[in-house]
Design a protein around this ligand. Structure first.
Ligand code: 13P
Length: 287
């Protein structure tokens, strides 16, 4: 069931668990994530970066595929189709394409401009029944061409953006996209607590979910995080399983070259990763 992310995140915030956002790249990714959410009776958010949207030939293709797949698989759990780290133009494209949720990442603008653009998009999104995520501070590292320095968010700026009526807020707290470096200082719980203090019931978003130790994830949820984004970890699971299949020579046996066979171990590995995360985030049975 395709819905905006508003209700599922408000429930998560009140129930002290988090909904996973899993980024999609293609049909296999989408199918694995939807089937796992349905099996575990968990709400789920499908994240689409601008790069992944382009790869899949455009946001219209993505929206059509996700809507049809949701229907054909008989998915009953709430599913939000969400733009990840959207530009101003990208947000409008996704609204037009039929996404149910958008993220406007205005974190690289001066705060006044971030506020002005976010405010405009909040009105447009809400008028059409979409949910909207905004960002303050920045997520370190690089994801599909979006580069961030990783500075921690200013809690007062978070309050200013939250007051615009966004449905979820990504605040930089030392989190990084991709694998964490050996010398990573960890999440800044001090910043998270200060942001939570200023923003009250606002569902907070933790980006860079790959490689954050379990205890830190649990602590972040206890301090108000209600949405956690995972991208790289599914890619690594897919890669490892596919590598094993090929290295074992299975693609050379019988019809092992059939893409439906070749991609099957990777698709199963994505399912296992998504299941593990949903269990850790506490969203199982919450649909
Ligand atoms: P990872 O790739 O580190 O899991 O981050 C995902 C993310 O934050 C998507 O916006």
């Amino acid at each position: 069931m395709l819905v905006s992310a508003t209700e599922m995140l408000q429930k998560a915030k009140a129930g002290k668990y988090a909904v996973g956002q899993f980024n999609i790249n293609n049909l296999e990714w989408t199918k694995s994530i939807l089937l796992t959410a349905e099996e575990l009776k968990s709400p789920v958010i499908l994240g689409v970066s601008e790069g992944a949207g382009k790869y899949m030939t455009g946001f219209k293709t993505v929206a059509a595929m996700v809507k049809a797949m949701d229907e054909e698989l008989g998915i009953t759990v709430p599913v939000a189709l969400h733009l990840d780290h959207g530009s101003y133009e990208g947000c409008y494209k996704c609204i037009k394409a039929g996404f149910t949720s958008i993220m406007f990442d205005g974190s690289h603008y001066p705060i006044e401009e971030n506020i002005a653009k976010t405010s405009e998009l909040v009105h447009v999104a809400h008028n059409l029944g979409l949910s909207i995520e905004a960002e303050v501070g920045s997520i370190g590292g690089e994801e599909d061409g979006v580069v961030g320095a990783g500075e921690c968010a200013d809690p007062d700026e978070c309050k200013a953006i939250a007051d615009l009526g966004v449905d979820m807020l990504a605040a930089g707290i030392g989190n990084i996209h991709g694998k964490y470096p050996e010398n990573w200082a960890g999440l800044s719980f001090e910043t998270l607590a200060a942001v939570q203090d200023k923003t009250g019931t606002m569902p907070l978003v933790l980006h860079g979910g790959t490689g954050i130790p379990e205890e830190m994830i649990k602590k972040a949820i206890s301090l108000g995080v209600s949405k956690i984004n995972v991208n790289t970890e599914c890619q690594l699971s897919f890669q490892e399983a596919t590598r094993k299949y090929i290295e074992a020579g299975k693609d050379m046996e019988g019809k092992g070259f059939d893409p439906r066979k070749l991609l099957a171990p990777g698709a199963e590995a994505i399912k296992a990763t998504v299941k593990e995360k949903m269990e850790l985030f506490g969203s199982v049975g919450k649909a």
